[in-house]
Ligand binder design. Structure first.
Ligand code: SRM
Ligand code: SF4
Length: 505
């Protein structure tokens, strides 16, 4: 990195004014009207407050929350349902691939009251976008999981509090993903910083992995840093690592600014030494071995919790998209049948927790469960999809719509014995984590009959199991009109699918 090189335009905008300082001015900005805002405020700074300008729906903003560990209460879900309900037809919400929620259809004048309402409801959207530490993920079953190694909720909460607190970073060189594992199926290697449960001298703590990320340029799984930490050290260590990244990360080339590039530049040993010095607490060297050994459970259906007599009921949310009415109903069900708490998963589904045995049957008979099914088809069960071109200007295809349509078409044609993890994403930014799918699909363009048409690249072989592996390119551009046929063949030949008998046979 050339220290004399001029900082990028984005860096200049961030240095001029931190988006967090816009919070008290949101009312004024709204009275000016979004059209009069300068580009840096509209497209960069507002993201420090979790507010996203959507060029595809100008004037209708998206708000990305933070839901540490994917935990949300019925009251909070209801509050969010009311917010999008007020947006009429434009209002909706998406469960994201980081156990989180995004609200759509909001006006700039909604923002000041919304941020106040979020705070009053114990929620925040702060620093959820752009060059900030993103929603911190953990075991979606934390605290109720019979297979739990360690409850990730308090750890995730303390890390979030430290990062958003007064000493937390305000101007990172790039986005930053942190995750804490707590079960044998906590796959987290796509994060910049992942803590995986590990033993050291008979004591349970965490081994540290660094540098995982996906991008249009490069995709990497996190690598062992060679350190072991006690649980109570995670938050301060994360802060020290982020402060180091804030000082030393690349601010000249945005496409080389994720943490892995800094690790490449310093070398993992020198990087570790610098962190150990910055952290200034005793840490232990570690070989990186850990207690995570298999791909994440879907969590769908009825499962016994570790608390005797209680169950969680995992509901499939098609493509992670919710409307206000479904959110209200979901909140009401969580209150009526459970303890009033829900969990969101990276697979974009929702779990109702703490349901006593004698309430399960009634819950399963609720009309909402015909749409948000505990037992979706094996094709739908593990499908994940990014936003797509309905709201995202990077998208090359309408991801959620295409995914839903193709899967429904395939359901008519084939039977699949076991769920196949299909990850759909609209462009090479890979928000839908296509490299983690057994099948990954990515929006693309291809030529068909002499015309450029919407298409999908197909990736195969991603594994989140004991030997994690990123999926590799299999087809570089299948026109969307041929996609169901191509996937049908793939599922028949490689995933044990069988053709359905024609109707009336
Ligand atoms: Fe993402 C940018 C949506 C998870 C990699 N991502 C975007 C933007 C903000 C682009 C934009 O301004 O339109 C998308 C907003 C669209 C919208 O209106 O919803 C967007 N990303 C999403 C979400 C909503 C996809 C989803 O449907 O679930 C996910 C929100 C997570 C959250 O709650 O915070 C989301 N994005 C991811 C992930 C997956 C993950 O975190 O596990 C990745 C890959 C992992 C990673 O970051 O290393 C991801 N998003 C990107 C990138 C490429 C980053 C890079 O280093 O180049 C971009 C583009 C960028 O940052 O320049 C991007
Ligand atoms: Fe948008 Fe591309 Fe991310 Fe999909 S993968 S949400 S299209 S940036």
């Amino acid at each position: 990195m050339d220290p004399l090189a001029k900082p990028s335009k984005i860096e200049q905008a961030k240095a001029e004014l931190c988006g967090l300082d816009l919070a008290p001015r949101l009312g004024d900005l709204a009275s000016q009207g979004w059209e009069s805002l300068d580009e840096a405020t509209l497209t960069i700074r507002l993201k420090w407050l979790g507010i996203f300008f959507r060029p595809v729906t100008p004037g209708r903003f998206m708000v990305r929350l933070r839901l540490p560990n994917g935990v949300i209460s019925a009251d909070q879900l209801e509050l969010l349902a009311e917010v999008i309900d007020r947006c009429g037809d434009q209002g909706s919400a998406d469960i994201t691939t980081r156990q989180n929620l995004q609200l759509r259809g909001l006006l700039l004048e909604d923002m000041a009251p919304l941020l106040q309402a979020l705070e009053a409801g114990g929620l925040t959207s702060r620093q959820s976008g752009h060059d900030n530490p993103r929603n911190i993920t953990g075991n979606p079953l934390a605290g109720i999981d019979p297979e739990e190694i360690v409850d990730t909720r308090p750890l995730v909460e303390v890390i979030q509090a430290r990062l958003l607190g007064p000493a937390g970073p305000r101007n990172l060189p790039r986005k930053f993903n942190v995750a804490v594992g707590g079960a044998p199926d906590s796959f987290l290697l796509h994060n910049d910083l992942a803590f995986l449960p590990a033993e050291h001298n008979g004591q349970l703590g965490f081994t540290v992995l660094v540098g995982g990320f996906f991008s249009a340029q490069r995709n990497e799984l996190a690598v062992p840093l060679g350190l072991w930490l006690r649980p109570e050290q995670l938050a301060d260590f994360t802060l020290a690592l982020l402060c180091h990244f804030e000082r030393h990360g690349n601010r000249q080339q945005r496409n080389k600014s994720r943490l892995m590039y800094l690790i490449d530049q310093l070398g993992i040993d020198a990087y570790r030494e610098e962190l150990v010095e910055a952290f200034a607490e005793p840490v232990h060297p570690h070989d990186g071995s850990h207690l995570v050994s298999r791909a994440p459970r879907s969590g769908l259906g009825v499962h016994a919790q570790k608390q005797e007599g209680l169950h969680w009921v995992g509901l499939h949310v098609p493509m992670g998209r919710l409307d206000a009415a479904s959110m209200q109903e979901l909140a009401a069900l969580a209150r009526t049948y459970g303890s009033g708490e829900l969990r969101l998963t990276e697979a974009q589904n929702a779990l109702i927790v703490d349901v006593p045995c004698d309430r399960i049957e009634d819950l399963l008979a609720e009309p909402l469960l015909q749409r948000l099914r505990p037992d979706p088809s094996t094709l739908q069960a593990e499908a994940v999809s990014c936003t797509g071109n309905a709201y995202c200007s990077f998208a090359l295809i309408p991801t959620k719509g295409v995914a839903q349509q193709v899967l429904e078409e395939l359901e008519q044609r084939i039977e699949l014995p076991e769920a196949v993890r299909m990850h759909w994403t609209g462009c090479p930014n890979a928000c839908g984590q296509p490299y983690m799918g057994q099948i990954g699909l990515m929006g693309a363009k291809a030529r068909k009959d002499g015309q450029m048409v919407e298409a999908a690249k197909i990736f195969l072989g991603g594994s989140m199991g004991a030997e994690p592996k990123l999926a590799e390119l299999h087809e570089k551009g299948v026109p969307l009109s041929d996609l169901a046929d191509v996937l049908e063949l793939l599922l028949l030949e490689q995933f044990g699918a069988r053709r359905r008998e024609p109707a009336g046979f």
